[in-house]
Design a protein around this ligand. Structure first.
Ligand SMILES: Cc1cc2nc3c(=O)[nH]c(=O)nc-3n(C[C@H](O)[C@H](O)[C@H](O)COP(=O)(O)O)c2cc1C
Length: 313
């Protein structure tokens, strides 16, 4: 598991709020303002540094921190983000920081900031009025803070982090994923459409990158008919933190219309088409084409790999 430290500085709360969102999505993580930086912070693997842009520069406390902690940071993977009102300012400033940190910066995030004139102290008010008139902007508050933008950036960073995991050889991982899915038969299928969500416990059978599910019908179909994207969870009961085992699957679900495919899966499940036809109700079949598996398994850690592994089908 890669632990992420989010180190930030914020004067009026926007960067703090962005740091909170990023920390939630990047967990396992911890967030600290740089003023509370402690030795324990050096144990983290990925360091996310967040700063507002003030007068074309990063926050002075962050600048001092980066100067003083260079040696230690040189050993780490880093991502940088800023909140600002002028994206090209933000990009220029973060590129300067990136250059000063060497080749270990993985990603930059230029995020919209927020400005409430009536909250500014006198010095910032004066500095800002000057900045706004230089930029040809009206002397008034601005709100470019956008949660979705921050969430998208954090999700991108999470993918980048997953690439840093100590990975199992691909064929071995695929084998382990298939074994896990074949040895179990119950999943939670999560479907969503506009304004509706549904998590349904169901029996499944795994076959060559696909899950097949039989169902008499229900609300999940209301979602599937308008949105085929699904998330499926298959997991063992919790015992303790050293024995975690479960997976989250992302895939596309479709209703099986093809009779040959339907019959083949019915046979694979040990039933006959005669039996299916003898039922008083229709039995619908859902096929989930697996696209991505996120597999958390404590056994991987015992073998010297990351307990979290990601497999793209
Ligand atoms: C005095 C002052 C100067 C600023 N200078 C810049 C700037 O040069 N470039 C920019 O893009 N935003 C500038 N901003 C906007 C801030 O970067 C933005 O409001 C940021 O989200 C504030 O972060 P915080 O709420 O975490 O303190 C300035 C804001 C103030 C108050």
């Amino acid at each position: 598991m890669i632990k992420t430290l989010i180190l930030y500085e914020s004067r009026y709360g926007s960067t703090w709020e962005a740091a909170n969102i990023i920390s939630l999505i990047m967990g396992p993580s911890r967030r600290y303002p740089v003023s509370q930086f402690a030795d324990a912070c050096r144990d983290f693997d990925l360091i996310v540094i967040g700063t507002p842009i003030y007068n074309g520069k990063i926050h002075p406390k962050m600048a001092t921190f980066l100067e003083n902690e260079r040696e230690w940071l040189d050993e780490k993977k880093i991502a940088l983000f800023c909140t600002c009102l002028n994206g090209s300012d933000g990009l220029r400033v973060l590129r300067e920081v990136e250059d000063s940190l060497g080749g270990n910066v993985l990603e930059l995030g230029i995020l919209g900031g927020r400005l409430e004139m009536d909250r500014l102290n006198e010095r910032d008010y004066q500095a800002l009025t000057k900045y706004l008139s230089k930029e040809g902007l009206p002397s008034q508050g601005m709100d470019l803070f956008n949660r979705e933008e921050i969430i998208d950036w954090a999700l991108r960073l999470k993918d980048i982090r997953d690439d840093l995991l100590d990975k199992l050889p691909l064929s071995e991982l695929r084998g382990d994923v298939e074994k896990f899915l074949k040895q179990r038969n119950t999943c939670t299928l999560a479907t969503a459409s506009h304004g509706r969500i549904r998590a349904t416990p169901l029996e499944y059978i795994y076959n060559q990158g696909q899950l097949y599910i039989l169902s008499e019908g229900g609300e999940k179909f209301a979602n599937l008919l308008s949105r085929s994207m699904v998330s499926v969870a298959v997991y063992d009961d919790y015992t303790d933190m050293d024995n975690l085992c479960g997976m989250q699957i992302t895939g596309q679900a479709n209703i099986v219309e093809d009779l040959d495919e339907y019959s083949r899966i019915i046979k694979m499940k040990g039933m006959s088409m005669e039996f299916i036809r003898s039922l008083p109700l229709d039995l619908n079949m859902i096929r989930v084409n697996i696209e991505k598996v996120e597999f958390l398994n404590s056994e991987f850690k015992k073998q010297g790999y990351s307990s979290r592994q990601v497999l793209h089908f």
